[in-house]
Write a protein that binds this ligand. Structure first.
Ligand SMILES: [Zn+2]
Length: 259
């Protein structure tokens, strides 16, 4: 995979020849229902497929990756996140160049609410430092920090709020529509089995509400990762949502940065 990607980059495929995705790059006030599917953990095969599906509809995908997930000494937090199937910053930079959003999801995918506050703070800073060093045009103050396991504490949230644009943690799937100084974003997730039916059920509930911003934390596609979505379902879903004038589909950070 690494060789194939290097070849593609050298040949200019996927970097130069693909158009920069500019459609829907700012939050449109006529949208009453904004949908952000936030794909976590960094599965190489799934993220490439997800990007391809979003590009088919000229949309930007929202990916959250582990800062040290590509390192040889990375210790997976569970059986779903295996180093051999996780991508690296060559891929994250390639996806970012293609218009997709890449945001931090911890340094080692630690449960930050269960360790000492100072250790948790250190790991967050370390993850932001790695991103600043390895991801093109990364600015912590324009970043969304996606808590691993969506697990945070009030102290951590309070400390983090001035260091990043916003953070994502567990809570309601429905947030207020993007607005200035929106720091705390909440989401739901599901697993370990396929999430298509659950996602659809939650989405329909959201669409029946008057307005809001639906943030769902997904992972891989087609059997990869905890709570995978089917690629066929994602394709059909984006097609369907794009046909609804009052519905927008955007990455979390882009929605906030475009205000
Ligand atoms: Zn994760």
């Amino acid at each position: 995979m690494e060789n194939r990607r290097s070849f593609l980059i050298k040949a200019g495929i996927g970097v130069v020849t693909l158009p920069y995705l500019s459609c829907c790059s700012s939050f449109n006030r006529s949208i009453t229902h904004l949908v952000s599917i936030s794909f976590d953990d960094g599965f190489e095969k799934s993220f490439l497929k997800t990007a391809e599906i979003y590009e088919k509809y000229e949309l930007n995908a929202c990916f959250n990756v582990i800062a040290s997930g590509h390192e040889n000494d990375f210790k997976p937090p569970d059986g779903y996140i295996q180093p051999l199937i996780i991508g690296n910053f060559d891929l994250w930079n390639e996806l970012k160049r293609r218009g997709h959003e890449i945001m931090p999801h911890g340094y080692i995918h630690e449960n930050l609410a269960r360790i000492e506050l100072s250790d948790a703070q250190e790991l967050i800073i370390k993850s932001l430092d790695v991103f600043s060093d390895k991801l093109i045009n990364f600015e912590p103050l324009q970043a969304i920090f996606n808590f691993p396991f969506n697990s945070s504490s009030e102290e951590l949230e309070d400390w983090l709020k001035d260091k990043v644009l916003a953070f994502r943690t567990a809570g309601s799937a429905v947030n207020k529509l993007p607005h200035k100084r929106q720091k705390k974003l909440t989401c739901i997730s599901a697993g370990p089995d396929n999430i298509d039916l659950y996602f659809e059920e939650q989405l329909q509930k959201f669409l029946s509400e008057p307005k809001g911003w639906f943030i769902f934390n997904a992972h891989g596609l087609d059997g990869e990762g905890w709570g995978p979505m089917s690629s066929g379902y994602l394709d059909e879903l984006l097609d369907r949502l794009q046909g609804m004038d009052h519905v927008g589909i955007m990455p979390v950070g882009k929605a906030l940065l475009s205000l």
